[in-house]
Design a protein around this ligand. Sequence first.
Ligand code: CDV
Length: 326
Amino acid sequence: MNNERTLTEASISANSKPKRTLGLAVAQLGPVQLNDTRESVVARLVAMMREAKSRGAEFLVFPELALTTFFPRYWMAEDEARRRFFELSMPSPVTEPIFRASLELHLGFYLGYAELTSDGRPFNTSIIVNRNAEIVGKYRKIHLPGHSDHMPAAPFQHLEKKYFSVGDLGFRVFDTDGVRMGMCICNDRRWPETYRVMALQSAEIVVLGYNTPSVNIHWNEPTHLRTTTHLISLQANAYQNGIWVAAAAKCGSEDGHHMIGSSAIVAPTGEIVARSLSEEDEVISVKADLSIGEYFREHVFNFAKHRRPEHYRLITERTGAGEPIA
Ligand code: CDV
């Protein structure tokens, strides 16, 4: 890790743009067990907000579905899932302490949670909250992995397609405390379109949370690849879009179901500048120089100058792979 940090610092000092910095932190969350209360999880989140602030953080990234265990691994009726795991409002009496801490600490944050709208639609949702504890942006997960049917032979379920509707808000960006920020959720991070749509709106940072089981229920994927493909997705997309990417895991063993850690902050150079060491609650932080991304966006990835969208038509015209074009 030290070596990677040195490379990034070298690339910063070789350039001359004035620094625009953001104290950027990620709050990795260790396991949340099925029987843990929302109150106990919120207390852990607030403790990490204080830790992040003490290190100079101005924005803190929490995981996907941060308030409960990763419940899509369990088969149950939709009504039961909604009653046990979904939020009807944000903030709510239970989550209010997070917003109070945001205001007190003058600390913005990203938070993932299960949202049930007032008209009964279920989404895997995240929000960006500014340093005045105001919600400035909402995103609803678009790339929902897994299945909707019961797979009793599988070691566990991945029922995001059963419990959630596909997000209806698109990949938008939000200006929060002087920074243009985009967000996505977990599986979205593996898709280049996710980042490119936000980079085309001049995103400087993309933040995200994830719950990635160590075991792939669909094929016998070597465990180490779960971490490799996670990191490579963050790094490639940070570089190819000239953006910072900050990713927060929920990890460790939730009632015997293990999920990867490796929360990371990646610079627009594609270099990992901070990475978690544990699979427990852990804050990582950097002083992110936002101007680094400008070099990439002005030169090798100057979109206006070099992109050729007339040759990218298949990306929006086709969903699955098909026959060669004439
Ligand atoms: N929560 C997720 O979206 N998890 C997926 C798993 C199923 C591969 C991920 O991309 O990490």
